[in-house]
Design a binder for this molecule. Sequence first.
Ligand code: GDP
Length: 426
Amino acid sequence: MVKAVVGANWGDEGKGKITDMLGKESDIIVRFQGGANAGHTIVNDYGKFALHTLPSGVFYGHTTSIIGNGVALDVPRLFEEIKSIVDRGVPMPKILVSDRAQMVMSYHKNFDAYEEERLGGKSFGSTKSGIAPFYSDKYAKIGFQVSELFDDDLLREKVVRIAEQKNVLLEHLYHKPLIDPDELYKELMSYKEMVEPYVCNVSLFLHNALKEGKNILLEGQLGSLKDPDHGIYPMVTSSSTLAAYGAIGAGIPPYEIKQIITVCKAYSSAVGAGAFVSEIFGDEADELRNRGGDGGEYGATTGRPRRVGWFDCVASKYGCRMQGTTDVAFTVLDVLGYLDEIPVCVGYEINGEVTTEFPVTHLLEKAKPVFKTLPGWKTDIRGIKKYEDLPENCRNYIEFIEKEIGYPITMISNGPGREDIIYRNR
Ligand code: GDP
């Protein structure tokens, strides 16, 4: 049985916590896209952790954590991250790395930074983790696949070819130091040494695991609105954030994904540039930002303050639709307990007309939010275990949003910990 945990919005919806929680019943947890550019924050018995590359299942002794072929594999970052959790008392996780994953090279990170510098004020707000240059090279067929580390003849020829091509840009566009093919070869050899014990034919491993009836969890990074095809292009990431891509980025048949848990946060947050219709500003925003998440809405990778806003039914309905949602996990609801009234964005006004369908980017940029205000519940709902025990206004908020987005909210997260969860039969 395969389940996917994915995001409905811009990311930071609390997927890490939901994955960590569902990890208990999973045998295998697979990262299928993205790289070290975004992070998941997880709070469990070992403490509080920010993971960027490792799947959120690494804290359980019984799970195998897999870096799938769809991931932008940053080898040194992966091993730093393993060390950082082991140093804090977490048992050494069982890790497998797909032989078809490609590697983020140091020049990808440099190109990311150089391009942001070149674009100046028009930059995309990249985290400079090399993700866009990495995926560009993957699809331009000039990336380095893990399997290629074991073909020395190919590698020696390829480093010269790649350096030659990259150096044209470095010299003439960016005016930066050039790549030395010998150094590049050494970098690859250091990655080989680190990764060799973990390399695996992952699609075959998962094929056999499925035959044995194992439980597999696919863990997405970011959310629907960051998908390169269906998101707010070009303010998107460079690999698909949709559950459907989980099949490709892990190497399993699409029909094996039986449950798609789309994580929606009870209000909105976004990092980086781009349209954000229900965004709020000033003191109102500062208060939500500081109370948000677990210790404030600040990026897990960058520490940047996140932009915040009210729940956006238009974006979330679309985000859930593009994921193929079977279940919604509604998170961080406890944070809203301070508000007398809670505005919810129920429509977009674009050129004088109101729509509830999420538009393409140039129309989205013109959209003005249509808000409906619901009464708050003014209590701390942390610790509540049963749906019926939630205050009535809180249940009304959940049920109103469920109706607007049109997908069943079956899990409600009312705190950052594993046990802060309310299940609801729909
Ligand atoms: P992800 O990238 O989707 O995994 O999300 P992040 O980890 O970046 O952001 C979620 C933040 O909210 C983290 O700090 C979590 O510990 C925290 N969090 C998750 N669920 C809840 C919740 O139900 N309540 C509160 N207060 N915090 C939560």
